[in-house]
Design a protein around this ligand. Structure first.
Ligand code: PGA
Length: 225
């Protein structure tokens, strides 16, 4: 059975206390998980503490980072590299539109970050809003596979999700363009619309921002997926 990815992108939200409360409040029934993979991507500072709680409480959650350095370890003040991340998580979001818009992540930088993630055995979740953003990455990954999240700019944080039919159309084109193990949809996903996206043939999961910040709301998304 194909596993559906339900991935939370917490962006620049939550303190350590808030993250640990979220983990305590998240109630997921085991039978809901047979066909789902739950991944939470918090700020770097939360990864270590969350890893400890997830392991000691045996929670069915995997962790991902929200970004990765395009360099190896070295004199790069403020950067977090792949070797450091691989101790803490298995996934990493790369090229989110907020990083492209506010932090200068160009297609070329994104391509280098994807390479660094793959070298560290992290699974990259490449965010794209247009198919042309796949071009450089496609050349760089060779035979390796990545996860691609289609996130139309107008749908992110707006409460106005894309239509499932349009997202399906783009998801199919993504699969025709690049080697990927899964295509996700992201942009104003809620418990109310998640199923309509996941019912599409080529959509294998969702990337959830705002609605993942509340543990009960995120649990409802998992339940309705
Ligand atoms: P949103 O964010 O669910 O709040 O629209 C999605 C994202 O930015 O990945």
């Amino acid at each position: 059975m194909k596993k559906l990815f339900i991935i939370a992108n917490w962006k620049s939200h939550k303190t350590q206390d808030e993250a640990s409360t979220w983990l305590q409040e998240l109630r997921i029934r085991n039978q809901e998980l047979s066909d789902k993979k739950i991944v939470v991507c918090p700020t770097f500072t939360l990864l270590s503490g969350m890893k400890a709680i997830i392991e000691s409480s045996k929670l069915p959650i995997q962790l991902g980072a929200e970004d990765i350095s395009s360099f190896d370890e070295g004199a790069y003040t403020g950067e977090v590299n792949g070797k450091q991340l691989m101790e803490l998580c298995s996934y990493v979001i790369v090229g989110h539109s907020e990083r492209r818009k506010s932090f200068g992540d160009t297609d070329e930088i994104v391509m280098h970050k994807i390479k660094k993630a793959l070298e560290s055995d992290l699974t990259p979740i490449l965010c794209v809003s247009e198919l042309s953003q796949l071009d450089l990455v496609k050349e760089a990954i060779g035979e390796k596979e990545i996860i691609v999240a289609f996130e139309p700019l107008a749908a992110i944080g707006s409460g106005e999700a894309d239509s499932p039919e349009h997202a399906e159309d783009v998801a199919k084109k993504i699969k025709d363009t690049i080697k990927c193990s899964a295509v996700l949809y992201g942009g104003s996903v809620t418990a109310g619309n998640v199923h309509a996206f996941l019912a599409q043939e080529n959509i294998d999961g969702v990337l959830v921002g705002n609605a993942s910040l509340d543990a009960r709301e995120f649990a409802a998304i998992i339940q309705h997926a």
